[in-house]
Design a protein around this ligand. Sequence first.
Ligand code: NG6
Ligand code: CA
Length: 519
Amino acid sequence: MRHSESLLALLPAGALLLTGCGNNSRQKKDDEGLPQRPNVIYLISDDVGIGDLSCYGATKVQTPNLDRLAGQGLQFTNAYATSSTSTPSRFGLLTGMYPWRQENTGIAPGNSELIIDTACVTLADMFRAKGYATAAVGKWHLGLGPKGGTDFNTEIHPNTQDIGFDYEFIIPATVDRVPCVFVENGRVAGLDPADPITVSYDHKVGDWPTGEENPELVKMKPSQGHNNTIINGIPRIGWMTGGRAALWDDEQIADVIAGKAKDFIVAHKDTPFFLYMGTQDIHVPRVAHPRFVGKSGLGPRGDVILQLDWTVGEILNTLDSLGLADNTLLVFCSDNGPVIDDGYQDQARELLNGHTPMKNYRGGKYSAFEAGTRVPFLVRWPAAIKPGKQQALFSMIDVYASLADLLDYPLPEGVAPDSRDQLATLLGKDGKGCSFVVQQNLDNTLSIVQGDYKYIEPSDKPALERWTKTEMGNSPEPQLYNLAQDPSEKDNVAAQHPDKVKELAGLLQEVKDGKWQRR
Ligand code: NG6
Ligand code: CA
C-alpha cells in the first residue's frame, strides 16, 4: 500500500514528467489555458458547520471575509470530509488513503506517535517534489515522534518535516489536549531546558492542579471530561508538567498562527508555495482574543467564528498586499461537522439564539448522518476559477489526486490510492463530480452517497455518542436515505428499496476491498 520516498529518489530528475499521464495532462492544461504553478493554501478549520457561515445562509453571525472568499471563488454545497472527527479526516486529506484502512487513525492524544508513515508519499511530499516550498502551520493532530510517545524535550523525530513539510509551526494535537505548547521544526517553541515537559494520558504527572482535584481554580468549567491538568485556568485532556515558558496563551493562538502563516507567505512570495494551515478555531475550548469577546452575541462559540473569519481575512489581505491573490489557489474547509457542547460549559447551546450550525442536516461532529461530514468548502483561484456555486458531489479524499493533475505529477503506484482526479470539479469546469463518496463516523461505521441516495452500513455501536449525545447514525439495520427528497435523513427507505440497498452495500464493499483504488 505504501510507497517510499525512495521511490521518488530513484527516479531521475524530470522523470516524473515523462511517465504516466504527465504529458497528456500537460497538454490538456495548456489547451484549457490554466496558469502554471499556482501557490496553494489549504486552510482547514476545526468543527465548523455548514450552517456556521453567512455565505452558507447563517444570519445570526456574519463572516464577511469568508463571504468574500466564497463570492470570489467556488462555493461547494455537496462537499464531504472523509471522517466526522479530526485525526482521520486530516489523515485522509494528506495521504489520499481512507483512514479506516489503517488502525491508529482515531482521535489522537497529544503524545501520539506520528501516525503517517514516513515512507508514505504525502500531499506535501508531492508539492516538495514539484519544487514548492511547503509548510504546516497551526493545528496538526496527526501525532509526532516515534511509537511509544513523543518526547517533547529533544528534537522530535519524525515530525512533519519527515513527511514533506519544509517548515512546521504546529499545535501538536488539539487545544483541549496537553501539551499546551507549539512545536516549531521539531522543537517545542520557547522551551527552557531546565524545565522539561512531561506528558501522560493515563496518569497524573507532576503536581500541577487538575480540574478534578481543584475545581475552584477552573475558569472554564468542563461539561464532559476535560478535568485533567489545568493550563491557563482551563482543564484539559491529559496531564502535563513543565515547560512553563513555552505554554501558549489561549487568547493569542489565532494571532500567533495567522502571524506564522503570513510570515511564511511573505518569505516565499517569489517561489511557489504550499501552505497547509489548520486553525484551532472553532474547536473547544473556545477562547477568543479580547477584541472578539462578546462581539457575536452568541457567546464564545459565536465569538470564535468571528475570530476564524478574521484569520481568513488576514490571509486574504496578505495575498492582496503581495499581489499574490490572482495566482493562489486557496481552499477553505472544515475537518468535520459542528458540535454545540463539546465538553466545556461555554453556553454554546443557551446562546444559540436561533443559529443553526448543522443547517437542516441531521447529526453533527462524530456522526454518520450528514452534519458529521458535509462541510463548508470554498475554492478561490482568480486566475483560473470562475466564481459561482458548485453543486457537484465532492470528497476531500480526492483533493490529492486532483492537485496531482494540476501539478502534472503522475502519482506513483500505490500513492494516494483512494484519491481520484476531480480537478475539473475542483476548478468548476465540470458540474458532474465524483460518482460516489464514502464517509466514516467516530465508530468507523461507513456510509456511501451516490446520486440521490445515501446508504449507511449496519452497526451494533451505540445510537448516541457518549458525551455529546449526538445521533451517530449507527443502527443494526441498513439505512437508506433519499438525500434529494429528504436531506435531513428523517425517513429510512431501505425497506422500500432493497435493490438500492444491495447495490450501494455492494459498491461500499468494493471500496473496502480496494477495487476502486488506483493501480
Ligand atoms: C473528544 C472530546 C472533544 C474533542 C474530540 C476531538 C471529551 C469529552 N470530548 O473525545 O472535546 O476533543 O474528542 O475533536 O473529551 S476533534 O475535532 O479534534 O476530532
Ligand atoms: Ca475537528
